[in-house]
Design a protein. Structure first.
Length: 154
């Protein structure tokens, strides 16, 4: 985007990478708990949470810089065609809505693990996990559709 410093223009790719990394860690953490590798599971999930915190900091920094340097709120979806736009906006709306819930759900899930309240931890983890994975995957999809899909606006 014109007027945006190079460091800020690189943040969407960093954010997609962090989203993807968090998604991979969530999958690995899931495998660990299924194999009863509790310590490895705990460390992996803490790392996924930390990665998501770094993502959030980078995401907010990008949008602050975008607004400050260009006056824009976000990158516009530059594709023509009703079907593709509809798919994009459905993904975006569900992603944004569920992304707002992830920090709360993940914090409660980790807190219950820290307290060793395993029954309640498992109960909320069954809700948190698929939402968090969905948000991680759709974050990468949104990035690809905005920046790398054939015909994406520069």
């Amino acid at each position: 985007m014109s007027g945006l410093p190079e460091w800020a223009a690189a943040l969407p790719a960093v954010n997609a990478g962090l989203n993807g990394l968090a998604g991979v860690m969530l999958g690995v953490g899931y495998v660990f708990i299924k194999r009863k590798m509790r310590s490895a599971h705990a460390l992996t999930m803490i790392a996924a949470f930390g990665t998501s915190i770094v993502f959030l900091a980078c995401y907010l920094t990008y949008h602050y810089a975008l607004s400050a340097y260009t006056g824009e709120a976000g990158k516009k979806f530059g594709h023509a065609g009703t079907t593709l736009r509809t798919v994009y906006f459905l993904i975006l709306v569900t992603h944004v809505f569920l992304a707002a819930a992830v920090p709360v759900l993940a914090s409660i899930t980790l807190y219950r693990a820290w307290r060793q309240d395993w029954m309640r931890h498992r109960r909320i983890a069954l809700v948190t996990f698929p939402i968090w994975v969905y948000v991680s995957i759709t974050g990468v999809i949104i990035y690809v559709m905005l920046y790398h899909w054939p015909g994406a606006a520069p």
